[in-house]
Design a protein around this ligand. Structure first.
Ligand SMILES: C[S@@+](CC[C@H](N)C(=O)[O-])C[C@H]1O[C@@H](n2cnc3c(N)ncnc32)[C@H](O)[C@@H]1O
Length: 290
């Protein structure tokens, strides 16, 4: 069977299983199986697949048809141009979170020595709920003077994040901390920046999520409590104690949560500096000061 025939046969199979963008998904799986950049497939449409290659591809397409996420099958995801390993122990980093990373490193790079009192060590930032480490690692790569603490309640997630940090050679500036909320942070810890993409799905909405999310992202990474806002209440009440006076807190949140969150955070004494939109124009990031 040729490359083009494989694409044409597998695409309707994935479509029938409810997979979005089925042709693109087949092409990405095929490129992975053949160890080629995807666009090279277009120059090799007539190439005949060896039996072993066909068998490998069948297995991959079958897994995708069972709604296993593409990123788990490939084993990695690109985040801010960095290749990061992912598994079922961590949330698959989402494109909108790249915006949060960018806002964070821009802030740190405009304040390279941190808030007053930080010198000479440079900025100190906290990633609350680091998962794969995507935010902390991207910030460390783009802000070479910054030091970060990346905390998570999940030891399994932290071991994925540690390996990702090593891969991108930022381990010397990243401290990983297993912590239930802020509890394991040493007393007196003070940060110029706190970033977080906390769990924000209302518990009752999880069952209706696509199978790729519902069955493969860790529940711990999704479940934000009855109204999805448990972690924001916690951050609103507790994060201020760890933020330097001129510091910022930057939070990602779910579509439609913006107004409730503004009120919640303002009531807890936070100043909303800006609300930022994602690529489709929906409010998704809050930038806050004290
Ligand atoms: C939505 S995921 C975000 C992961 C990563 N920062 C990202 O943006 O892809 C939320 C993370 O918070 C962690 N988490 C959940 N409950 C927590 C808690 N009580 N304390 C610390 N981290 C927690 C989860 O394990 C998960 O890794």
């Amino acid at each position: 069977m040729t490359v083009l025939e494989v694409i044409k046969r597998s695409t309707p199979f994935l479509a029938q299983k409810g997979v979005e963008s089925p042709r693109l998904q087949v092409e990405l799986l095929l490129a992975h199986a053949l160890k080629l950049p995807r666009l090279q497939l277009y120059l090799n449409f007539e190439r005949v697949l060896a039996d072993a290659e066909l068998e490998t591809l069948r297995t991959l397409v079958k897994r995708r048809g069972q709604r296993e996420p593409l990123q788990h099958i490939l084993g990695s995801v690109s985040f801010c141009g960095l290749e990061l390993a992912v598994s079922s122990d961590v949330l698959i980093p989402r494109p909108e979170t790249e915006l949060l990373a960018e806002r964070a490193w821009n802030f740190l790079n405009l304040n390279p020595s941190g808030s007053p009192g930080t010198q000479p060590a440079g900025c100190h930032a906290l990633d609350f709920g680091t998962g794969s480490g995507c935010l902390a690692i991207a910030i460390a790569v783009k802000s070479p003077g910054a030091r970060l603490v990346a905390l998570d309640v999940s030891a399994a997630a932290l071991s994925v994040a540690r390996a990702n940090a090593e891969r991108h050679q930022v381990s010397d500036r990243l401290q990983f901390l297993e912590s239930q909320g802020f509890t394991a942070l040493p007393e007196g810890s003070a940060f110029d920046l706190i970033v977080s993409n906390p769990p924000y799905i209302p518990s009752g909405d999880i069952a209706a999520l696509p199978p790729e999310v519902r069955d493969h992202d860790p529940r711990l990474a999704l479940d934000g409590g009855a109204d999805g806002l448990d972690f924001y209440r916690r951050l609103a009440a507790e994060a201020g104690a760890f933020l330097r006076p001129a510091g910022r807190m930057m939070l990602e949140f779910g579509d439609g949560q913006s107004e409730t969150l503004r009120a919640l955070l303002a009531n807890a004494g936070w100043q909303v500096e800006s609300v930022e939109n994602d690529y489709s124009g929906r409010a998704r990031i809050l930038v806050l000061g004290r």
